[in-house]
Design a protein around this ligand. Structure first.
Ligand code: KG4
Ligand code: ZN
Length: 340
C-alpha cells in the first residue's frame, strides 16, 4: 500500500493569508483563511503594502491553527508547499519566506506552486472522481484562461483575455454603480433582484481568436450607459445594470467554453477561480453542460476564492512528479501557467 502524503500549504498571493493541511491531494484536514477584505474595502481595492504587512502579522497564527486543526506537527508532514506566483510580489514573499524557513527548520522538501494551478486543483478536492484530461475555465480577479488540463501539472491554454480579467470587470463595474469592493459577490447579490435583459450590453468576440476574451469594451459600455442616464436625468436601476452586465460576462464565458469543448471533443468541463463562485455563471455552465451531456465540475464557493487547500492539492501532484524548490526560491509575480 502506498504511504499517505501529507502537505502543509501556504497561500499569500493577494489579500488572503491562508494555510491548509491536505492529504493525498484530495483530503483536506484543515483549511484556515484569514481574509483581509475588510481592511481594503475602505480603499476600494487591494492596497499591496497593507496586504504585505497584514500577511506578516497573520501568517504564523494561521499556520499554527491549520496544524492544530489537522492534529499534526511539522514532523508529521511530508512537504511544505507555497504559492510563489503569480500575485503581488510583497504579498507572495511573505509566504515564500515562511515556507522556506519551515522547510529548512523541519528538514522537509519545499514544493513551489503556481497560484492558477491551485485554483484548477480546487476541483480535485470536491470531485474525487475528476481526473485529467478535462477543460477548465479559470476566471479570477487577475486571470481569465480557458485551459485543457491534459494531465496533472500539464496545461494547454486555448483562450485568454486581451485586457481585463473577468473578476476585474466585476470589481470595476461594481465600483461604477456604487456597490463597492469586492465587486463580484455584490454584483452577484444585486443581480438577483434585477432584469438581465433590461439593458443590451455587448458580448465581445475577437476576430481570428474565437476562444479569447475581452471585457474592457463591456466595462466601457456600462460606464457610457451610466453617464447617458445621468445626463438625461434617467434614474439608474442598479439591480438591472448588475444583472445585464453579469449576463454579458456569463454568456461569453459559457459560449467560449462550449466552443472549446466542441473543438477538443472533451466532455468534462470545470470552473475555477473567484468568479467561479458566481451563482449565475455556475447555473448557466451547469445547464449548458447538461444539454450536451457533458459532466460539469466546480469547487464549493469557499474553495473558488483564494485558499491554501487548493495549493495543497496542486502541490501533491507536483510533489509526486518530483517538483522541488531550493531555499533560494523567489516570488515570481508574473509567473505564467506551465512556466517553471
Ligand atoms: O481567485 P480570486 O479569489 O483571486 C485571484 O486570484 O484573483 O478571485 C477574486 C475575484 C474578485 O475579482 C472578486 O470580485 C471575484 O473573484 N468574485 C466574484 C464572486 N466572488 C468573488 N465574481 C463574481 N461573482 C462572485 N460571486
Ligand atoms: Zn486567486
Amino acid at each position: 500500500m502506498n504511504k499517505d502524503v501529507t502537505i502543509l500549504a501556504i497561500e499569500s498571493s493577494c489579500d488572503e493569508t491562508a494555510a491548509a493541511v491536505v492529504r493525498n491531494g484530495r483530503e483536506v484536514l484543515s483549511n484556515i483563511i484569514y481574509s483581509q477584505i475588510d481592511l481594503h474595502t475602505v480603499f476600494g481595492g487591494v492596497v499591496p503594502e497593507i496586504a504585505s504587512r497584514k500577511h506578516i502579522e497573520k501568517i504564523n497564527p494561521v499556520i499554527e491553527a491549520a496544524l492544530k486543526e489537522a492534529g499534526i506537527g511539522f514532523a508529521d508532514m511530508d512537504a511544505v508547499a507555497v504559492t510563489y506566483g503569480p500575485g503581488l510580489v510583497g504579498a507572495l514573499l511573505v509566504g515564500v519566506a515562511e515556507a522556506k524557513a519551515i522547510a529548512y527548520a523541519a528538514k522537509k522538501p519545499l514544493v513551489p506552486v503556481h497560484h492558477i494551478e491551485g485554483h484548477i486543483s480546487a476541483n480535485y478536492i470536491d470531485n474525487p472522481d475528476l481526473v485529467p484530461p478535462f477543460l477548465c475555465m479559470v476566471v479570477s480577479g487577475g486571470h481569465t484562461h480557458l485551459v485543457v488540463v491534459e494531465d496533472y501539472g500539464k496545461y494547454k491554454i486555448l483562450g485568454r483575455t486581451h485586457d481585463d480579467a473577468a473578476g476585474e470587470a466585476f470589481d470595476k463595474v461594481a465600483r461604477a454603480i456604487g456597490l463597492g469592493y469586492p465587486g463580484g459577490p455584490k454584483i452577484d447579490r444585486a443581480a438577483k433582484e434585477g432584469n438581465a435583459d433590461a439593458i443590451a450590453f455587448p458580448r465581445a468576440h475577437i476576430k481570428d481568436a474565437p476562444l479569447d476574451f475581452s471585457f474592457s469594451g463591456l466595462k466601457s459600455a456600462v460606464l457610457n450607459y451610466l453617464n447617458g442616464c445621468r445626463m438625461k436625468g434617467i434614474e439608474i436601476n442598479t439591480a438591472d445594470v448588475a444583472a445585464s452586465f453579469q449576463k454579458s460576462v456569463v454568456d461569453v464565458i459559457v459560449d467560449h467554453t462550449m466552443q472549446a469543448a466542441r473543438m477538443t471533443g472533451i466532455k468534462k468541463v470545470a470552473l475555477a477561480g473567484g468568479v467561479a463562485s458566481n451563482s449565475a455563471l455556475r447555473a448557466a455552465m451547469q445547464e449548458a453542460c447538461r444539454r450536451r451531456n457533458y459532466t460539469f465540475y466546480r469547487p464549493t464557493p469557499l474553495l473558488c476564492t483564494d485558499n491554501a487547500a487548493m495549493i495543497g492539492s496542486a502541490a501533491y501532484y507536483d510533489y509526486m512528479n518530483g517538483k522541488r524548490a531550493d531555499l533560494d526560491l523567489n516570488a515570481v509575480p508574473g509567473l505564467k501557467l506551465g512556466q517553471y
